[in-house]
Design a protein around this ligand. Structure first.
Ligand code: CP3
Length: 341
């Protein structure tokens, strides 16, 4: 199919672009009243994720309402542990909750391999429908959580600041930890391949809790999983976003991926020096800038764009957009990128 706006794909492949493409992590979500209206008619988030027509609708909303250069399929990283045998809930104002978690070796028996067209058919249907509805307007991004981040939820069952329980497992039960990480990695690879077959144009792997591991532990436990994913997914461009992982950015740069996502705790030029010239960088405006005035947003966005230099860059925030940000501020961010020369 002819892609009318292929800026994201060209930038990810390192090709020349007229201007950097722009999208936002968590663009499909609570910042939009139109999203909240769709969600309010359903029993909750999980039903929205599992209803392809509705997931498609909220995926396309930011393309129509905000003017982003890409859509990201509306789903969650937690659908993978669910498909493996650990269902999740989303508790209002608290976040994800897993009634059952993995605590000991015997718990692994509850888990099974993932057949994406069965266990995650609703995601595949949402992707097929969204591709059809987008009709080539902008690329569609698929995604999965990184094995380490999924591991954290499967062990602890809910969000945490330090994830001490998950890290404890690495020291006390390293073999079991490795087995579980391998199981998640296997599921992630088949899941991403199925998303690509269903039509996504680029995939992103979110390692949201990378930052709580030392470089040593990341290298020992998480990196081998990331390496396998990057080596096995070659059909479309792949972005690795290891939030808080700037202390091993040089190691991430050795991965067989096209784009490295950056949080806002590193200067774009420092990141470029560390990563070298072979990869595209994505990010990395501090999401809190969008609480600033429209003028501040324009100023900070232009500074960021200048520091990245205009090529091999995908404009984004350094993490997901916060739910209480005014959509008009988001539009100012997007328009500033689009007007930038
Ligand atoms: O627009 C998009 O980016 C696509 C959809 C998307 C969601 N979650 C929808 C969602 C994506 C890419 C994710 C990824 C995700 N989910 C991550 C990695 C990215 C990151 O933010 O670090 C993580 C760690 C999760 C787990 C998760 N899901 C949490 C911690 C929460 C609750 C906190 C929160 O942000 O609300 C969710 C729920 C969730 N996932 C919502 C959305 C829109 C909010 C649900 C709602 O109230 O409607």
């Amino acid at each position: 199919m002819n892609m009318q706006n292929d800026l994201l794909l060209r930038a990810a492949r390192g090709e020349q672009v007229e201007r950097p493409p722009v999208w936002l992590m968590r663009q499909a979500g609570r910042i939009l009243p139109e999203y909240r209206a769709v969600r309010a008619k359903l029993s909750g988030f999980v039903e929205l994720v599992q209803t392809p027509e509705k997931a498609c609708e909220v995926t396309i909303q930011p393309v129509d309402l905000l003017g982003v250069d890409a859509a990201i399929i509306f789903s969650d990283i937690l659908v993978v542990p669910e498909a493996m045998g650990l269902p999740y809930e989303l508790i209002e104002k608290q976040g994800p909750f897993f009634p059952e978690t993995i605590n000991r070796e015997s718990d692994l028996q509850r888990l099974h391999t993932v057949e994406p067209e069965e266990d995650l058919k609703y995601v595949m249907d949402a992707i097929r429908l969204t591709k059809k509805e987008l009709n080539g307007r902008v690329p569609l991004i698929g995604f999965a959580g990184a094995p380490w981040t999924i591991f954290c939820y499967m062990i602890e069952g809910k969000g945490s600041k330090a994830w001490a329980g998950a890290r404890r497992m690495l020291w006390e039960e390293p073999e079991m930890a490795r087995t579980l990480l391998t199981m998640i990695t296997d599921a992630t690879i088949v899941y991403l391949k199925a998303q690509i077959k269903a039509g996504v144009d680029l995939v992103q792997v979110f390692d949201s809790w990378a930052g709580i591991l030392s470089r040593d532990l990341y290298m020992e436990f998480a990196m081998p999983c990331m390496k396998r994913i990057c080596d096995e997914i070659n059909e479309v461009p792949l972005t690795v976003f290891a939030k808080g992982g700037n202390h091993f950015l040089k190691d991430l740069a050795t991965l067989n991926c096209d784009t490295i996502g950056l949080d806002w705790n590193i200067h774009p030029q420092t990141a470029r020096e560390i990563v070298g010239n072979d990869k595209t960088l994505q990010g990395n405006l501090d999401p809190s800038v969008l609480y600033g005035s429209h003028d501040e947003i324009r100023k900070r966005t232009k500074e960021m764009l200048k520091h990245f230099g205009g090529q091999q860059h995908i404009a984004n925030l350094g993490h997901g957009v916060y739910p209480d940000i005014d959509p008009e501020k988001v539009k100012t961010f997007i328009e500033t990128v689009k007007e930038w020369k």
